[in-house]
Design a protein around this ligand. Structure first.
Ligand SMILES: Nc1nc2c(ncn2[C@@H]2O[C@H](COP(=O)(O)OP(=O)(O)OP(=O)(O)O)[C@@H](O)[C@H]2O)c(=O)[nH]1
Ligand SMILES: [Mg+2]
Length: 254
């Protein structure tokens, strides 16, 4: 079945870590992939290939358009509410390793909130979206994050705060909104991005960054797990040795 998949699109092949949007609010500001991760990928010591990403935020802020711009390179001016939750799978190749993002596009409408929240569990990344031309939607971002975080492990989830509809925002309002958003990003330890699904500005850069950082974090945690498992085995083996040694000791003494 793997063989029937078409090759990963050229612009989804990532060899270098893509840059953050702004230094003030970046998950990290290193200019390359973690060396341990690079080495693990070279030796193909990683079997990992998929990460779950959930996209949350107020109704109509542009979550679906953001995903559609990236996945289908299309934009729809007419609003079609997401019912419950939608799902897109996007394939990448990072440092020579196949990697996919499962993008869960949740509904912002209050009446679907309960259904949508049942899909939050087990995310590697959370994207909180707000509308750069609507202050209220930024004000609600913290609430969305708290909700999405309830079923996830705060120490391992990567957070992104994304302002959409940059094309609509007046420059003065945009500057003010960005200042607020960067302040919030620092506080909640999210990486901030401003994009436009209409023009496509920064959309691709954003998702490549999400894929890269999620990949890096997941490989690191996989390596950590393997190491502790190996350390666990060593402890077990040495316990056995101890027992054998004691047995031998007891048999030769008596
Ligand atoms: N000008 C402009 N309009 C946008 C942009 N992104 C989305 N829109 C418009 O905003 C409206 C809502 O977009 P959606 O992507 O459906 O919003 P949503 O967040 O998915 O909404 P729910 O599914 O109800 O939660 C649509 O009419 C889009 O055309 C953008 O970058 N610029
Ligand atoms: Mg939607």
């Amino acid at each position: 079945m793997m063989n029937s998949l078409p090759p990963v699109k050229g612009d989804r092949i990532i060899c270098e870590l893509p840059l953050y949007f702004t230094r003030d609010a970046a998950v990290h500001t290193k200019d390359g992939f973690n060396i341990t991760v690079r080495e693990a990928c070279q030796g193909q010591k990683t079997g990992l290939n998929v990460a779950k990403v959930i996209v949350v935020g107020d109704v109509g802020v542009g979550k679906t358009c953001l995903i559609n711009r990236f996945c289908k390179d299309s934009f729809d001016r007419t609003y079609k509410a997401t019912i419950g939750v939608d799902f897109e799978m996007e394939r990448f190749e990072v440092l020579g390793v196949p990697f996919s993002l499962q993008l869960w596009d949740t509904a912002g409408q209050e009446r679907f909130r309960c259904i949508a929240s049942t899909y939050y569990r087990g995310a590697q990344a959370i994207i909180v979206v707000f509308d750069l031309s609507n202050y209220e939607s930024l004000d609600h971002a913290r609430e969305w994050l708290e909700d999405a975080m309830r079923d996830n492990d705060p120490s391992s989830v990567l957070l992104f705060l994304v302002g959409t509809k940059k094309d609509l925002s007046h420059p003065d309002l945009l500057a003010q909104m960005e200042q607020e958003a960067i302040r919030l990003s620092e506080e909640i330890r999210a990486e901030y991005w401003a994009v436009s699904a209409l023009s496509g500005a920064s959309v691709r850069d954003f998702f490549l960054r999400v894929a890269s950082l999620t990949f890096e974090a997941t490989v690191l945690s996989e390596l950590e797990k393997n190491n502790s498992r190996r350390a666990g085995d060593i402890v077990k083996i040495s316990n056995n040795c101890d027992n054998n040694f004691k047995k031998r000791q007891s048999s030769c003494c008596h």
